[in-house]
Design a protein around this ligand. Structure first.
Ligand code: BG6
Length: 512
């Protein structure tokens, strides 16, 4: 497979080997935060699923680092339970046994030098016993305030240092800071230990098949490009709605809120992919350059008070179940001003997008779980029909359904059969489930494999993160000066202020 300038292999670009699976080389993955939800529900199952798909080498090792007084076997037991419960590809004893031989647990705390020295010795032994060859990735699935200490420890213990042809990489889970200033500080600390080319910031939305398909839809087809601009697009709506509440995550979420948790990363990345120009190639640098250009040209529509909305869920219904409001969730400060719904309006200062608002919204306990990107088109400039005949015709739309029920829908008007000329909305639908027999891998499978392969295309760089904070900071500052968010009933589509925000412009949110 051809190598890129930094030695990575690029599957988006390679014309010959696209059907061959990309298999990781000798390596290990060290997980910090091994007892957390993410490790159990996503990381451990993804690692097993990669092994089950034959994409990890026999020499692969997985190391857990944590405070618990666990042996290697205890750790293997925890991974086993997580895999059994969450595997996508089905449990196979022989795959499991081979994989579990490479499991180790290092007991320790982040501020303890001895713990990191033991980790270093464990990895050195694995290099010899298992053949991991000095290639180690450190996955920081921990609270952001612990990032600096762990980075400093990796540096002090020599674990960040590369010898010969081997590599060391660090994987960082969001949130990358809580505003621009803290993100800059965090980036400075991480980059003082690891060069930017060894830093992999996870935004798991970029690992989703449907998100990567935005590039295929836009740049492999002739059909859509002429429509993709202010000439035809009236506005764009990007929605990431969840029906669940905070559950056991109140501790993490309180003080962060919907905008920092989802808009700063997932939704701004989706917007960048929708709004960017065609990259001159799919080299990571070119892709990043286009996203950076769009984010640099993006700003809030003013005044912020009228063009944003936020809310906290109150009691209501989730399906047929009655659910409590946010302030009754365990571990949530009843006086907290943290929002569980956020909506913002952005504009992109470019020839292509001048005058086209991008509306981004996300929320917990909304009507249903759905993530979609909708390009809503302008109305036809002239309708040569009697007015009553187009009463049920709305604006044309192209909707990318990121999840669930992945696919793409085009909405347009069609004549109602047997009417004289009544026109009504209809949908033309592409669905992954019926078009492909191949199942989509989980986002974390793709991203963990890319880390082990050193393939950076799907990871936002420092500049993207900082630009995203630059966009969000004025909104967060405005909200901080405003006190408590509005309440919305669980199971609805957010606070009344969100409806007003669009109604002012004569538009309405979609009910996906
Ligand atoms: C995470 C957020 O990044 O994405 C969570 O921190 C959210 O709050 C989750 O629930 C949703 O991910 P997905 O892939 O289920 O849409």
């Amino acid at each position: 497979m051809p190598k890129g300038p930094t030695g990575w292999t690029n599957p988006l670009r390679d014309p010959r080997d696209k059907r061959l699976p990309r298999i990781a080389g000798p390596s290990s993955l060290v997980i910090f935060g091994v007892t957390g939800d993410l490790a159990r529900k996503k990381l451990m199952p993804a690692i097993y699923d990669l092994a089950n798909r034959g994409l990890l080498p026999p020499s692969f090792a997985l190391i857990g680092f944590g405070r618990r007084d666990w042996t290697d076997e205890d750790f293997a037991g925890v991974v086993h339970d997580a895999v059994r419960e969450h595997t996508r590809t089905g449990f196979r004893e022989e795959v499991w046994e081979r994989l579990a031989e490479g499991f180790r647990f290092v007991q320790g705390t982040f501020d303890d030098d001895d713990s990191f020295d033991r980790l270093r010795d464990t990895l050195a032994r694995l290099d010899v016993e298992r053949g991991t060859d000095g290639n180690h990735a450190f996955y920081l699935s921990i609270p952001p305030n612990a990032f600096p200490t762990v980075c400093e420890q990796l540096d002090r213990s020599g674990l960040a240092k590369v010898e010969g042809d081997s590599w060391r990489r660090v994987v960082i889970e969001k949130p990358f800071g809580h505003d621009l200033q803290s993100a800059k500080e965090l980036n400075a600390i991480v980059n003082s230990v690891f060069p930017e080319s060894s830093v992999f910031r996870i935004d798991h939305y970029l690992g989703k098949e449907t998100v990567q398909n935005i590039l295929a839809l836009r740049f492999a087809n002739q059909l859509f490009d002429p429509l993709w601009s202010s000439h035809y697009v009236d506005h764009v709506q990007i929605t990431m709605a969840e029906d669940i509440g905070l559950g056991g995550r109140a501790g993490y979420y309180d003080g962060i809120g919907a905008a920092r948790d989802v808009i700063q990363n997932h939704l701004l990345q989706l917007m960048a992919l929708v709004a960017m120009e065609e990259p001159i190639s799919f080299e990571p640098k070119q892709l990043q350059a286009e996203k950076i250009k769009v984010l640099s040209a993006t700003s809030n529509i003013l005044p912020i008070a009228e063009n944003t909305a936020r809310g906290q869920y109150g009691p209501g219904w989730q399906g047929s179940q009655k659910v409590p409001g946010l302030i009754d969730e365990e571990g949530f400060d009843p006086d907290s001003t943290t929002e569980t719904f956020a909506a913002i309006a952005l504009e992109v200062d470019s020839r292509r997008w001048a005058g086209v608002p991008f509306y981004l919204r996300t929320g917990k306990r909304l009507g249903r779980r759905v993530t979609e990107i909708a390009l809503v088109f302008k109305r036809a400039p002239h309708l040569p029909f009697d007015k009553t005949m187009t009463e049920e015709l709305s604006q044309n739309a192209l909707v990318i359904r990121v999840q669930p029920d992945e696919g793409i829908t085009m909405r347009f008007g069609s004549k109602v059969p047997a009417s004289s000329m009544e026109v009504r909305d209809v949908n033309m639908d592409f669905s992954y489930g019926t078009a492909f027999t191949e199942a989509s891998p989980e986002a974390y499978e793709r991203l963990i494999l890319d880390v082990l392969l050193g393939e950076p295309s799907l990871f936002p760089v420092n500049e993207e993160v900082e630009l995203s904070w630059e966009i969000l900071d004025p909104v967060l500052e405005h909200w901080a000066s405003e006190g408590r968010p509005d309440e919305y009933e669980s199971g609805t589509w957010g606070p009344a202020s969100a409806e007003k925000m669009l109604a002012r412009t004569g538009r309405a949110w979609r009910r996906p």
